[in-house]
Design a protein around this ligand. Structure first.
Ligand code: GAL
Length: 472
């Protein structure tokens, strides 16, 4: 990276706090008049992903689940394997029943590439029929489907060709997206091409805790660039083949990415902490969010890697901005760390079961920040690991209040998807974290679902929107 560019990035990071100031929450009962605050047709739902709930899969993650890090530590906590998961592959009717009980009018789920295309060029029509039946059943129940095409997992045959380290994956995924959109387009308008490119880059290629377990920021930057290129190609393909307006709003498709956004708070006012927090923000948050407006991929870790490239098809490739928001990180510079910092939560802050800070004001901040870009926004994920089930009601309430506050101040927020409908396989953390509005008894043969206290909170929000939860 040249000195002038570094100075420019550094200057921007030092002079501009990218996050608007937080709001004061709880000052009014923000849930009382939801219909006047939120647009008609607001989507209230839950989100899941195939690998975490379906069960019976065979892909790069199932391989990873059986392995260990070079030091001997298993890749997955407690040596858990995804295995039968929630068995949602066979229990979608039951799950739709749970959504009706919540009063939800939307559901975000992903299709599993390894199931649909088990070997290169093959196509499992039975599995495709089943996904189409799901989308139709959801629609018949008054639940708008949002379909994610890529949510972390790769078929083994893609992974063995190098996965996201191989340019070929861009075309393979675009071809897959074309087939999926052709098959499901009659029932689906809302598409999410890729879940969390920044998380894949960070956890698979910097921290080494997701497959393929590398710790190389240079590779991570190129992976992120490839994912954005894939998104552009997928968008073109979906727009071309899905010409059916399933929800009757006059448009056949609305396409975006589910972008994981974090608040990177400098741990102190020192220029170095502020600089590193700013650079981390640019890499993790800004590169993806600015891509559809600039048509470029701009990624930089000073002295390590720089990607600055115009990508055909990227400009205008988001119809909405999907935001996955969970927490805030406090950033202490450490230039020896591959991530250039150590991230932590101060001892006086509330945390969830995984030690992440509970910071609802952050959702308001990110909605204000990304809502200002001019695209409609969906909160495509937000949730909490809470084994007790007792913290989730106030978590859900306070985060929804933050959303309402942002909407009242003019942010065009069109939906909220809670992560998650069910407890599920939480990647490297295995089955211990409990994210579900419904608890799952993984030891029972029927993977029994039972409500947590936050179901009532969700129903309250649904009623506020004029939706009607069904009796359980
Ligand atoms: C997101 C991811 C989900 C889920 C969630 C909870 O980053 O998209 O699959 O695991 O985090 O940690």
């Amino acid at each position: 990276m040249n000195i002038a560019r570094l100075a420019r990035l550094g200057y921007a990071a030092l002079t501009r706090d990218p996050h608007p100031p937080p709001c004061v929450l709880g000052a009014e009962d923000a849930l009382s008049s939801l219909r006047s605050a939120l647009p008609a047709g607001f989507l209230l739902g839950t989100a899941t992903a195939s690998h975490q709930i379906e069960g019976g899969l065979d892909n790069d993650w199932t391989d990873w689940e059986r392995g260990a890090h070079p030091g001997g530590e298993p890749h997955i906590k407690d040596r858990a394997v995804s295995g039968a998961a929630c068995d949602s592959w066979s229990r979608i009717d039951e799950d739709i029943g749970l959504m009706r009980r919540l009063g939800a009018n939307a559901y975000r789920f992903s299709v599993e590439w390894s199931r649909l295309e088990p070997t290169e060029g093959a196509w499992n029509e039975d599995a495709a029929d089943r996904y189409l039946a799901w989308a139709n059943a959801l629609r018949a129940a008054g639940i708008e489907p949002m379909v994610t095409i890529h949510h972390f997992t790769l078929p083994r045959w893609v992974a063995t060709q190098g996965g996201w380290m191989n340019d070929r994956t861009i075309e393979l995924l675009a071809a897959f997206a074309r087939r999926v959109a052709k098959k499901l387009g009659s029932a689906v308008d809302l598409w999410c091409t890729i879940n969390e490119p920044s998380v894949v880059a960070a956890l698979s290629y910097v921290k080494g805790i997701f497959p393929p377990g590398l710790e190389d920021p240079r590779i991570a930057a190129h992976v992120m660039a490839r994912m954005l290129k894939a998104h552009a190609r997928m968008t073109e393909a979906i727009r071309e083949v899905d010409t059916t307006d399933a929800d009757g709003d006059g448009r056949a498709t609305r396409i975006g990415i589910a972008h994981h956004v974090r608040i990177f708070q400098p741990a102190t006012r020192s220029p170095l902490d502020r600089l590193v927090a700013g650079l981390t923000d640019r890499f993790f948050n800004e590169a993806v969010a600015s891509a559809p407006f600039t048509g470029r991929i701009e990624l930089a870790i000073p002295g390590v890697v720089e990607v600055d490239e115009a990508v055909p098809g990227l400009l205008g490739s988001f119809d909405y901005m999907g935001i996955n928001y969970y927490t805030r990180d406090h950033v202490k510079a450490d230039l020896r760390d591959p991530a250039l910092s150590k991230q932590f939560v101060p001892a006086d802050r509330p945390v969830n079961d995984l030690g992440w800070e509970i910071y609802p004001e952050g959702l308001y901040q990110v909605l204000k920040r990304y809502g200002a870009l001019g695209l409609p926004v969906y909160v495509t994920e937000n949730g909490i690991p809470d084994k007790s089930g007792d913290v989730r009601p106030s978590f859900l309430r306070s985060h929804f209040e933050a959303l309402v506050r942002a909407a009242r101040e003019g942010v065009d927020v069109r939906g909220y998807f809670h992560w998650s409908l069910l407890d599920n396989f939480e990647w490297a953390e295995g089955y211990e974290p409990r994210f579900g509005l419904f608890r799952v008894d993984f030891d029972s043969p029927d993977k029994r679902r039972s409500p947590t206290p936050a179901v009532e909170t969700f129903q309250e929000i649904a009623r506020g929107l004029g939706l009607e939860p069904e009796a359980g």
